[in-house]
Design a protein around this ligand. Structure first.
Ligand SMILES: NC(=O)c1ccc[n+]([C@@H]2O[C@H](COP(=O)([O-])OP(=O)(O)OC[C@H]3O[C@@H](n4cnc5c(N)ncnc54)[C@H](OP(=O)(O)O)[C@@H]3O)[C@@H](O)[C@H]2O)c1
Length: 264
């Protein structure tokens, strides 16, 4: 299955019906990349929505993640098998290590990640929430090509170093919380660019992300109008002046942060 740069996030979509409805709407609208995780406790709903939709399974790029308490070799593979079972699929397209924390052990976890490919549980492997130092170490040990690194990224947290690294090494930098959980709507530069294009701040944030080579984005929404609106970002072409204006927003504001985070 080919990768799609504008994916659909499913964090907090825990109610079975609401989650199924949202994923089905997303597939109807045109999204072909769905992001879930062991943590989200919604893989069964996501899997059901895909199975019941008119879009064939092979047309959907499906990504999930193993939680940070199951990263020893055996636990990781057991969790990977569970992910596939929960989703009700033969295999996933991308399997991430969700956080390099708690039971993360570079040797064991990364060996298990590569073994998940050999076992046919996933086509590709990814890492999430790694710092440049942890990433470098992981890539040097990983026995499979790194397909994606998923991190928080939006105009308020531009992740220049990680973007440059993804471009140089040619893997996807997948931007999570690409709307900074709606905070992008209050940024004056984004509002100005949105007004200029008769677009919305959410669309501008997503179009700005997609203007960067090797960057993908996975906005989440349970609201059909927002699901459609966000997909419309694919039709919004920012010019160099718009991109520069947003590049110049010099704020470092994370929405996902806690003491003990890898960067803390
Ligand atoms: N790897 C990780 O550690 C990690 C961490 C966080 C997130 N993620 C992934 O990234 C995905 C996206 O991140 P996120 O869910 O944290 O944040 P987000 O996508 O930045 O923001 C989601 C919030 O924005 C609202 N929203 C969406 N579209 C909108 C629009 N067009 N206008 C106004 N409001 C809008 C949603 O409300 P409505 O539902 O009402 O639209 C929701 O409250 C997650 O779902 C998950 O798949 C991964």
């Amino acid at each position: 299955m080919s990768f799609h740069r504008l994916g659909f996030g499913t964090y907090r979509l825990t109610d079975p019906e609401a989650c199924e409805r949202a994923v089905k709407t997303a597939l109807d609208v045109g999204y072909r990349h769905v992001d879930t995780a062991e943590l989200y406790e919604n893989e069964a709903h996501v899997g059901r929505a895909i199975a019941e939709s008119d879009v064939p399974r092979e047309d959907v790029f499906l990504a999930t993640k193993v939680w940070r308490d199951r990263l020893s070799y055996d636990d990781f593979l057991e969790s990977a098998r569970e992910r596939v079972d929960e989703l009700g699929v033969d295999s996933v397209d991308l399997l991430y290590v969700h956080w390099p924390l708690d039971t993360y052990d570079p040797e064991e976890t990364l060996a298990a990640l590569a073994a998940a490919v050999d076992e046919g549980l996933t086509e590709h492997v990814g890492l999430s929430n790694f710092t440049p130092t942890l990433l470098e170490d992981a890539v040097s040990r990983l026995d499979a090509p790194l397909f994606a690194h998923q991190v928080e990224m939006h105009p308020l947290l531009q992740q220049e170093e990680l973007v440059a690294r993804a471009q140089a090494e040619d893997y996807w930098l997948v931007a999570y919380a690409p709307l900074a959980r709606t905070e992008v709507s209050d940024v004056p530069e984004i509002r100005a660019v949105a007004e200029k294009h008769d677009a919305t701040p959410a669309q501008v944030s997503l179009a700005w992300l997609l203007s960067k080579e090797n960057v993908a984005a996975i906005p989440r929404s349970g609201t059909p109008a927002h699901i459609r609106e966000n997909y419309g970002a694919l039709d919004l072409e920012l010019d160099a002046e718009d991109v520069d204006r947003i590049d110049d927003v010099d704020r470092e504001e994370r929405v996902v942060d806690f003491s003990g985070a890898p960067w803390a």
